[in-house]
Write a new protein. Sequence first.
Length: 191
Amino acid sequence: MMYGYARVSTVHQDLESQIKALEAEGCDEILSEKFTGTITDRPVFSELIGKLKEGDTLVVTKLDRIARSATQGSELVRDLIDRGVRVNILNMGVLDNRPASKLIRNIFFAFAEFERDMIVERTQEGKAIAKQRDDFREGRPRKFSREQVNHALELLDNYSYTEVERMTGISKATLTRRMREKRGGSLKGRG
């Protein structure tokens, strides 16, 4: 049996290109999930690893789809090969336990781990710089401006929350939260 595995790190990323590549390779079954490579508890991947048996093939588009840590990835690939499972990385080829193959996969895993660590470091640096700004607000940007929210709050003098939500598109939960902030004197920012 030839199993394909596709993974992306966030729910906003698309699995389509990986799935198409796995289909073109002739995989009998393709499993996918949206989990970051730093999380070791990936339920679909764990289930797949558990059901692989001697003679099966695991196909992934790139080595970093199955692990981002050099140690974890190297051990996983070695264990699969020892169990008689073929490991086919589409951008590298079929892996085995010969010394040259071990060296190559360890180098690739090390680079993937380094790349991930650099992304985390740059993200943290960018966030630290952004936090120094007076207008910094962590999290998702607000959908409505302060003026839009204030207008909606004024409408509450004559209309119900449900009616204002229907008129403005601002949810009842947001209106309630902003009204509470306004009463507490803390309505600031963009809305």
